[in-house]
Write a protein that binds this ligand. Structure first.
Ligand code: EPZ
Length: 419
């Protein structure tokens, strides 16, 4: 069993380099199955979701050579199976990308239903709708997805809900489809654009990624021997921006794309923080207690649900009462019960939580309930008076590379103890 022991209260100051985006990396790795050759991916975050995705590719017959902790040379020339190991695919959410990729590569696929953070029901009906529109038969039963397509033919698909995963998965399944596929009401997150950029860099024909309508013209094959660098992680960047607010600190983030964070930046300024953008750096300072604000999570470019918990920590310490409406996931307020153990005054009802700001939080033993909640509780422990012990670190290690080292470099008193 591992835990983080955090001594607060610390004002975070200094520089932090942002890693490659988890939610891009976990899609780019299965996307290499479309190449039937070699590809080198750079700026991969060194996190367990990336490691598992690479293990699955090796189980399918690919070879993965790590040139350094963030660079993998992947050879998918010889794929020997279209069946991903059920025990591994259930460990995280992004295993669903194997469906679209293996449909394109093998026209056959068998993948365990994905796992991932417990955020409530996480259906994949929109993914299935897309695959069936392209001509596949899909059976979702007995805990796995079994799909087959004699031929994949381009189709017009209107998404009932804006879905990151379904948008990327349909893109993957339509790269080689005959004719044109249109995804209407598509998600627009930066990691969707990154996957489209990667595929286009090796010969795919995808237009409109980052807008509501994406068109994919089927091609014959993709080029081998390419190199691609993963986009910076806007959610990790937002996590550190909010840590500067929660600790009234001064943090310079390096290797980020500020446009990906415009919504958060606007909110930070509303709360009295200062944001200075310069090239691939963002500096966030806050020299007084943050003011209250209200948050409504929404698909990009709205406020990201993946920064909701981290914002909750700032609002728990802000002047006045703030409201968060979580409109993406049905159960993403579990972290508030952990913050209440630290002295926060929060009430939640369904999709809405009310934060009555307190002057300070007190360290306490708390548990990460999901990936982003775990990161939020680290920030809470650094901002709190006294000692916080944080458990269930496996959630955090899925999506944040060397997180305690990055916070230690900013002045946090934080150590990982293996009990
Ligand atoms: C991706 O999940 C991210 N995960 C999540 O980040 C993120 O919270 C989410 O997008 C929203 O931005 C990865 O990219 C691996 P969705 P995904 O499909 O693809 C409903 C993190 O912390 N929906 O955009 O599963 C769904 O229930 C993780 O990094 C359907 O109804 O999210 C939800 O209400 C947590 N049917 C909404 O759409 C479907 O077929 C958005 O889901 C698919 C989704």
């Amino acid at each position: 069993m591992e835990k983080l022991v955090i001594q607060g209260r610390t004002r975070l100051e200094g520089e932090v380099t942002i890693s490659g985006a988890k939610n891009a990396a976990v899609a780019l790795i299965p996307a290499t199955l479309l190449i039937k050759g070699v590809c080198t991916l750079e700026n991969l975050p060194n996190i367990s979701d990336v490691q598992i995705q690479c293990e699955i590719l090796k189980d399918l017959g690919a070879t993965v050579e790590w040139l350094d902790p963030n660079t993998a040379r992947i050879d998918t020339t010889n794929i020997t199976s279209h069946k991903a190991p059920l025990d591994k695919t259930s460990k995280f959410r992004a295993s669903y990308y194997l469906i679209g990729a293996l449909l394109s590569r093998c026209h056959n696929v068998e993948v365990g239903l994905p796992g991932g953070c417990n955020l409530g029901a996480r259906p994949i009906d929109q993914h299935v709708k897309g695959f069936e529109a392209l001509g596949a038969t899909v059976d979702v039963a007995t805990g796995k997805v079994v799909a087959h397509a004699d031929e994949l033919v381009g189709a017009s698909i209107y998404m009932d809900t804006v879905s990151v995963g379904a948008t990327i998965n349909i893109m993957l399944a339509s790269v080689f489809a005959k004719g044109t596929t249109t995804i209407d009401n598509a998600a627009k997150e930066p990691h969707i654009v990154d996957v489209a950029n990667f595929l286009n860099s090796i010969g795919a024909d995808i237009r409109g990624a980052g807008t509501d309508i994406i068109k994919i013209n089927g091609v014959e094959k993709l080029k081998s021997n390419s190199t691609y660098s993963v986009v910076p992680d806007q959610i990790e960047a937002g996590t550190f921006m909010l840590a500067a607010m929660a600790t009234q600190g001064d943090i310079v983030l390096k290797n980020c794309i500020s446009e990906h964070l415009d919504c958060l930046t606007a909110k930070i300024i509303e709360m009295g923080g200062k944001v200075i953008e310069s090239g691939d750096e963002i500096r966030v300072t806050c020299d007084k207690r943050p003011k209250k604000t209200n948050i409504k999570t929404a698909p990009y470019p709205g406020f990201p649900t993946d920064l909701q918990a981290q914002m909750g920590v700032v609002l728990a310490l802000a002047e006045g009462t703030s409201v968060i409406s979580e409109n993406i996931w049905e159960s993403r307020f579990q972290y508030t019960y952990e913050l209440i153990k630290m002295g926060a005054k929060i009430t939640s009802q369904g999709k809405t939580a009310f934060f009555e700001g307190v002057e300070s939080l007190s360290g306490a033993p708390v548990s990460a309930t999901d990936l982003r909640a775990g990161a939020a509780l680290i920030v809470a422990g650094i901002a709190a008076e006294g000692t916080t012990e944080l458990y269930n670190l496996q959630h955090i290690d899925r999506g944040y590379e060397n997180i305690e080292e990055k916070f230690r470099k900013l002045g946090a008193n934080i150590i990982r103890i293996r009990e």
